[in-house]
Design a protein around this ligand. Structure first.
Ligand SMILES: Cc1ncc(COP(=O)(O)O)c(C=O)c1O
Length: 390
């Protein structure tokens, strides 16, 4: 494809890492995963990082862990404030744990939650806010952190789209009581499938560690406070304390993750160079609304929304992109409330959800890659110049 949504960022280092695992003969979770977790925690300045099988299972294990901590666990019927645009598996674990969702609209320019609606979204049953930084762009994390602190709420950060983004000198993904990352193929680093949970809360980390692997005790350190170890090794080997999952990553993913992390800064720099060109090409063009950067975006992709004040036919634009061999998608699934699966949710809208609808009906994104995209972006500009005529 001339301009694809994503491309591989693997080189000889990743292949050599895979080879080392193959030669070791051990493929199930072990020392490579542990090394990746240590490097990840160091890189993002957090106490604990836990690798899992995907960003989706990071969200699943993360939400489940909050239901099994000793102090004020989440309970069925508790309310959670969420943005109207996020990934499907941002929301699913909330539904699966019996939580009630209160949807807040997004801002049309940042595409992140409109935090001016937070007070209106708050009820006596609110226990948590889910912060999602859409497509690399930090949401109002400082405001959300302060709001949660003021009201005694948990801040859950789904940072699966924004590894490497920064706000006021702090990495996105580390503002929450718990944060999640994805290392899926198209993301800022790739282990093909993979995810990470980060937290500074040791109890929460131990609960998540147990939930990652069958809810057993085997992966817990001797000094954990979440259960009391008995002397009998026979029963301790298969001792189940929580209704967990199997969300373990493979050693192959851990080994590749270590190599990818070393390249993260260089890959982010390349993404940001592409972003400068994208901004130069489209910022002043009234036909498009492009994402307004908040802090330092890690530019997962480039979004374009056809200005609702003008009559431009998106179908025609899509057709032209297709003919030019340029990949595109709806922005992070669009307004989640418009998907059929919503019928299974217990939820409410907070005010009008207008901007998420505009993004749904008039928006799309094209890819960003960790290498130079000058010819692709210039071609995009030509194609849109011809096709996006009011
Ligand atoms: C915001 C968000 N959360 C969660 C996920 C799930 O990550 P994964 O594809 O690794 O399961 C994604 C996927 O892109 C995402 O965009």
């Amino acid at each position: 494809m001339f301009y694809d949504l994503a491309s591989s960022s693997w080189g000889p280092e990743e292949i050599a890492a895979l080879q080392r695992v193959i030669e070791s003969g051990r493929f199930t979770m072990g020392e490579h995963v542990e090394r990746f977790e240590e490097a990840f925690a160091r890189k993002f300045g957090v106490k604990h990082a836990l690798m899992v099988s995907s960003g989706s299972t990071a969200n699943l294990v993360g939400v489940a862990a909050l239901c099994y901590v000793k102090d004020r666990p989440l309970r069925r019927g508790d309310e959670v404030i969420v943005p109207a645009i996020a990934w499907a598996t941002t929301y699913y674990p909330l539904q699966q744990h019996g939580l009630r969702l209160r949807f807040v609209d997004v801002e049309l320019d940042t595409l992140n939650m409109d935090v001016s609606q937070l007070e209106k979204a708050l009820t006596p049953r609110t226990r948590m806010v889910v912060a999602v930084s859409v497509l690399g762009n930090p949401c109002a994390l400082g405001v959300l952190r302060a709001f949660c602190d003021r009201h005694g709420l948990i801040l859950f950060e789904d940072n699966c789209e924004s590894m490497g983004a920064m706000l006021n000198g702090k990495p996105a993904g580390t503002f929450g009581n718990i944060g999640t990352f994805s290392t899926f193929f198209s993301h800022h680093i790739s282990t093909m499938e993979g995810g990470v949970i980060v937290t500074d809360d040791t109890e929460l980390y131990h609960v998540a560690r147990s939930l990652r692997a069958h809810g057993w005790t085997r992966d817990l350190p001797a000094d954990t406070t979440i259960y009391e170890r008995r002397e009998d090794d026979f029963f301790e080997a298969y001792r189940f304390i929580l209704p967990g999952y199997n969300a373990r990553p493979l050693e192959l993913a851990g080994a590749v993750g270590v190599e990818q992390l070393k390249k993260l800064n260089a890959m982010l720099a390349a993404r940001r160079r592409n972003a400068r060109l994208f901004q130069k090409l489209f910022r002043a063009d009234r036909r498009f609304i492009i994402q307004r950067e908040n802090g330092q975006s890690s530019w997962f992709c480039f979004t374009l929304i056809l200005n609702p004040a003008l009559v431009i036919d998106r179908a025609r634009v899509m057709k032209a992109l297709k003919a030019a061999d340029i990949g595109y998608r709806i922005i992070t699934g669009g307004n989640f409330l418009r998907h059929d699966v919503i019928r299974y949710f217990d939820y409410e809208r907070v005010g009008e959800i207008r901007n998420a609808d505009i993004a749904h009906d008039r928006g799309f994104f094209v890819g960003n890659h960790p290498h130079d995209l000058t010819p692709q972006l210039e071609r995009l500009r030509e194609v849109l110049d011809a096709a996006a005529r009011p």
